[in-house]
Design a protein around this ligand. Structure first.
Ligand code: C2E
Ligand code: MG
Ligand code: MG
Ligand code: MG
Length: 274
């Protein structure tokens, strides 16, 4: 009785796998309806100047309320990529974030940063889509930043490089997201028209030694290439102090504020101004 039969384990495994596939299909089908059903919304997380503590801007982060579940983007973005829905989703996020952001009273000199998937960048129509969002919303391209993971940028895909150049020419900046987690080819970094390096939270949390290595590397690259540096996932005052001392320009994390909807953000910005 105690001993498990060999076959049983395999059976359970298969069942689990099947359940996972079914759940994935359920989510993908749900995602396709999410825009029409008004289940997607955006939350904004402030990004703060380390020296002055003034608000530099916000990062837009998408949320999906599917029936009773709030599905995490780490979970549904990969599914959106797998199913191709990411193109529609990405465009919706950009349009929505630019529109909402302009409704803020205090948005004038603040920046908006929006995450973009590698698959979007690989699409020929990406640039014209961005252009039309800017035209229809009247958003200032110099205030818009697109966040792309370093692995997505470390490519020889001509389509991606063309998109990047066209965006840049229009005045839009690029941020390298999750810096340190990919395989940055340093020589390629020098030719990329990016302006911001976002140091991944895993390094903010790493051991003192690891942190030292990545912070030194990031600062060196940033000063050579005239990039700004952002540290993500800053949760404690000790981290704020260290990162500021180390010359990190901008800070983002729960220490300052969690991502919030537009109404909350508007209140939060007013409080900061007082
Ligand atoms: P990311 O772009 O690196 O965003 C940072 C993530 O860290 C966000 O998770 C944010 O809520 C979380 N975070 C910020 N500060 C703290 C902190 O102090 N502590 C902790 N524990 N977490 C913190 P979120 O919103 O769940 O998003 C996860 C990832 O999903 C994002 O990572 C991004 O890669 C992706 N994502 C989110 N929205 C979009 C989108 O509109 N389009 C695309 N393509 N990807 C998106
Ligand atoms: Mg990001
Ligand atoms: Mg990141
Ligand atoms: Mg991330």
């Amino acid at each position: 009785k105690v001993k498990k039969l060999k076959g049983e384990g395999i059976q359970t495994c298969n069942d689990e796998l099947k359940a996972e596939v079914v759940n994935e299909q359920r989510l993908i089908a749900g995602l396709r309806e999410s825009i029409k059903q008004h289940q997607l919304f955006i939350v904004y997380q402030p990004i703060v100047d380390s020296k002055t503590r003034e608000v530099w801007g916000v990062e837009a982060l998408v949320r999906w309320q599917f029936q009773t579940e709030l599905v995490r983007p780490d979970h549904f973005i990969p599914l959106a990529e797998k199913s191709g829905f990411i193109l529609e989703l990405g465009l919706w996020v950009l349009q929505q974030a630019c529109t909402e952001f302009l409704l803020l009273e205090d948005c004038q000199n603040k920046h908006l940063s929006v995450n973009v998937s590698a698959l979007q960048m690989q699409t020929e129509s990406f640039f014209t889509h961005v252009q039309s969002v800017l035209e229809t919303t009247g958003f200032d391209p110099h205030k818009l930043h697109l966040e792309i993971t370093e692995s997505a940028l470390m490519t020889d895909d001509q389509q991606v490089l063309d998109s990047v150049m066209s965006l840049k020419a229009m005045g839009i900046s690029l941020s390298i997201d999750d810096f340190g987690t990919g395989y940055s080819n340093l020589s390629q970094l020098t030719v990329l028209p990016a302006n911001i390096l976002k140091i991944d939270k895993s390094f903010v949390d790493a051991s003192a030694k690891e942190r030292d290595v990545i912070l030194r590397a990031a600062s060196l690259i940033a000063s050579e290439l005239k990039f700004l540096t952002v540290a993500e996932g800053v949760e404690t005052e000790a981290q704020v102090n260290e990162l500021t001392l180390r010359g990190i320009d901008l800070l983002q994390g729960y220490y300052f504020a969690k991502p919030m909807n537009l109404g909350k953000l508007s209140q939060w910005l007013k409080q900061q101004a007082n």
